[in-house]
Design a protein around this ligand. Structure first.
Ligand SMILES: Nc1ncnc2c1ncn2[C@@H]1O[C@H](COP(=O)(O)OP(=O)(O)O)[C@@H](O)[C@H]1O
Ligand SMILES: [Mg+2]
Length: 270
């Protein structure tokens, strides 16, 4: 059972099952060398509770910018963003985030790094220990609790970052190209791990990626971003049962459909 301090699910009750996350008319501009430059223009998107959504777009189209808005790291935008009925803000207990690089503290052990995800709650030491052990096991790092980040492979370090993001059991997990620095084999292992975590936890997930195959393998729905500044180009439901097989004709069909929406040649790979 979640303790009350760790179960901030629906504190405001504003979200609905069909719109756990809502973006309505969202635009974002940056000031660059005295000029205002539009990065996101008039985005509309609703994400259902427990949906796994991938946002696919070329490098520089504004994916990380969008993710920063969604987790409250940047609140200078126009339009409306609601996560479970409230505007995102830093320290929001509803959201966990994993970046492209693991961002671990090099002088802290694996378990100490994961425990940082609980630092804002006043929990008994024994409860912290128990939750950390649970999440060490969930990401397959049992036996490495006392290891330091430099003793880990890239994939292991990213699993620590994932455990830190979910140890407080957020309702919403945001992933910013978390696997793009990993080799292909590790990346596909991480995909399966993420799907196992999804099955074990009540998570709504948003993954931003430029990798078409990754999006098709993982997501219930893939949203394609146009080059900036533009509205979202398309939302494609991936109606394939899990676990998905990358070699299936249906899988390849979805992949080609998304490449075409991105404006790639049919046989090109991103
Ligand atoms: N703080 C900032 N100030 C000015 N321009 C920025 C800032 N952050 C991002 N940008 C610009 O916004 C665009 C989108 O960036 P980003 O969201 O990081 O793209 P993506 O994650 O899709 O690769 C880029 O052209 C980038 O240079
Ligand atoms: Mg980015």
């Amino acid at each position: 059972m979640n303790s009350p301090a760790l179960a901030p699910k629906s504190p405001y009750g504003g979200g609905t099952p069909d719109s756990f996350v809502r973006l309505h008319g969202v635009s974002k501009r940056f000031q660059v060398a005295g000029h205002s430059r539009a990065i996101l223009a008039d985005l509309d998107l609703d994400i259902r509770r427990k949906e796994f959504i991938a946002i696919l777009g070329e490098s520089g189209c504004g994916k990380s910018t969008l993710l920063r808005l969604l987790c409250g790291l940047d609140s200078a935008y126009e339009g409306q963003i609601l996560v479970d009925g409230v505007a995102p803000r830093i320290g929001n207990d509803e959201a966990g985030i994993v970046f492209q690089d693991p961002r671990l503290f090099p002088w802290l052990t694996v378990e100490q790094n994961i425990a940082l995800g609980l630092a804002r709650f006043s929990l008994a030491r024994s409860e912290v220990q128990q939750r950390v052990s649970e999440h060490v096991a969930l990401v397959g790092l049992a036996g490495f609790e006392r290891a330091l980040p430099h003793q880990l492979s890239g994939g292991m370090a990213q699993r620590v970052a994932l455990a830190r993001a979910i140890v407080a059991r957020p309702a919403f997990l945001l992933l910013d190209e978390p696997f793009s620095a990993l080799d292909a084999l590790t990346r596909s292992q991480m995909h399966d791990q993420l799907l196992r975590i999804r099955a074990a936890a009540d998570l709504t997930m948003l993954l931003v990626t430029h990798d078409v195959e990754e999006a098709v393998y993982l997501a219930d729905r893939v949203v394609v971003m146009a080059p900036r500044p533009g509205p979202l180009r398309a939302a494609v439901d991936i109606d394939l049962a899990y676990p998905r097989n990358r070699a299936d004709t249906a899988f390849q069909h979805e992949r080609e459909r998304l490449h075409a929406l991105l404006g790639h040649g049919v046989n090109s790979f991103s």
